[in-house]
Design a protein around this ligand. Structure first.
Ligand SMILES: [Ca+2]
Length: 162
């Protein structure tokens, strides 16, 4: 909470500075970019099939009788390097993750994403005769250094039709 207040304060100061630059009428683009990078920092965005997956939302991977892989994309829409700080980088929690119904089939290959760059990871829903048919769910955790989304997470749901 304290951090948000600090960033809010910094944002207010930056807006004031930008107005002053504008009034001044000078070319201040370099300084403006420096100020923006301080404020905006890294910005994590997670996508699947080109669509944003908001934090804390639920994504349905579908139904399978064997293995179903879904590729997700982590994008850095900020102006500083986005660090993926987890170990493992992408982690799954929940009873169905513990039972390996959902696994991270492929981790992001890097833990530092430059501004504008992306990295993929793959989550697999495994159908299992042991678990039987039913709906499976797990929570996907992507710890990172985005100022307001350091514990970015969302749910995945899918149906085991085995
Ligand atoms: Ca953010």
């Amino acid at each position: 909470m304290g951090r948000r207040i600090i960033f809010g304060f910094i944002n207010a100061v930056v807006v004031l500075l930008m107005v002053l630059f504008l009034v001044n009428g000078c070319e201040q683009s370099i300084l403006r970019d420096v100020v923006r990078s301080i404020v905006m920092g890294p910005e994590i965005v997670v996508k699947q099939g080109g669509a944003d997956i908001p934090a804390n939302s639920d994504f349905n991977v579908g139904s399978t009788g064997s293995n179903l892989d879904t590729t997700f994309v982590i994008e850095n829409e900020g102006l500083e390097i986005l660090m993926l700080t987890g170990d493992p980088t992408v982690d799954l929690t929940g009873a169905d993750a513990d039972a390996l119904a959902f696994i991270v089939e492929s981790q992001p290959g890097i833990d530092a994403i430059d501004p504008g760059d992306t990295v993929d990871f793959i989550i697999r829903l495994s159908a299992s005769a042991i678990l039987g048919t039913g709906v499976r769910t797990a929570v996907v955790h992507i710890p990172n250094n985005d100022h307001d989304e350091v514990s970015f997470s969302f749910s995945v749901t899918g149906t085991d039709s085995c």
